[in-house]
Design a protein around this ligand. Structure first.
Ligand SMILES: CCCCC/C=C\C/C=C\C/C=C\C/C=C\CCCC(=O)SCCNC(=O)CCNC(=O)[C@H](O)C(C)(C)COP(=O)(O)OP(=O)(O)OC[C@H]1O[C@@H](n2cnc3c(N)ncnc32)[C@H](O)[C@@H]1OP(=O)(O)O
Length: 215
């Protein structure tokens, strides 16, 4: 996947991306063990919201979690200088915040991503939490805008239509594109479906190109 593509219609300003620093993808995806660490942490997240261990096991888990945090804490780095969010070869670009989905198509005509919602993403009665769908769509819309060669943009609005209960642990597809461009405004839309095409949710959003210096 190409990142920070070279140029667009706002050529002169493009390198500034508003007030954003220029990010680059991590070509090593965080090195040989990073993907494994992120996957293990995701499994811990799944278990943290779905297990009921006895107090002595909780105490042991707390100690191990505290030890892990102490191990990593000395290596805190500035934004854009850690692999999370920049490892485009990993699910969710290696960011625990993002859904662990895999980008399958990334070009000017749109972006498609596939994956599952896991136990961690559950809302009520076995279905995906309503809040994780906007997260999926928002990140997709950022990628769509980027893949279309637009400078860094922020979401002005994001509208989600929940059409059907979104299941967990079921392979799903999300795909979207730029519908229209009007100056700084990029209008985008996307659909979340089951592999057989059953529509679960659709969304539309307005992405607004940042002006120089805008945060
Ligand atoms: C990080 C990547 C690392 C590399 C890894 C590799 C690959 C990754 C791939 C892709 C990812 C790449 C990049 C993604 C990076 C960053 C994306 C971050 C996205 C976000 O983090 S997103 C967070 C939620 N987002 C906000 O936090 C926005 C808060 N907000 C504001 O910051 C301002 O609001 C702002 C600046 C957006 C606009 O403010 P402003 O003052 O400059 O402009 P203004 O208000 O004049 O709007 C201009 C025109 O939009 C119309 N308009 C505005 N809002 C509207 C609305 N709601 N409905 C209808 N129309 C609306 C106006 O009516 C006017 O229209 P007109 O010109 O026609 O009059």
């Amino acid at each position: 996947m190409q990142v920070m593509t070279e140029h667009t219609e706002r050529d002169g300003d493009y390198e500034h991306h508003g007030g954003f620093p220029v990010y680059a993808a991590d070509p090593d995806n965080g090195g040989p063990h990073f993907g494994r660490l992120v996957e293990a942490l995701r499994t811990v997240q799944d278990l943290a919201v779905s297990t009921a261990p006895p107090p002595e096991v909780i105490a042991q888990a707390a100690e191990q979690a505290e030890a892990l945090a102490a191990l990593l804490a000395p290596y805190t780095a500035p934004e854009g200088h850690y692999p999370a969010g920049r490892s485009v070869g990993l699910p969710g670009r290696g960011s625990l915040l993002m859904l662990p989905w895999t980008v399958e198509k990334f070009d000017r005509t749109g972006v498609r991503s596939t994956g599952v919602f896991r136990r961690y993403h559950m809302g009520g009665n076995g279905a995906a939490h309503g809040g994780v769908l906007p997260l999926l769509f928002d990140d997709l819309f950022g990628m769509i805008t980027h893949a279309a060669g637009r400078p860094i943009s922020r979401t002005g609005y994001l509208h989600v239509n929940y059409r059907k209960i979104t299941p967990l642990e079921t392979p799903l597809v999300v795909e979207g594109r730029v519908d229209r461009v009007d100056g700084r405004k990029t209008f985008v839309s996307a659909r979340l479906t089951e592999p057989d095409g059953t529509l679960l949710a659709d969304a539309e959003a307005l992405m607004i190109v940042l002006l120089p210096g805008q945060p």
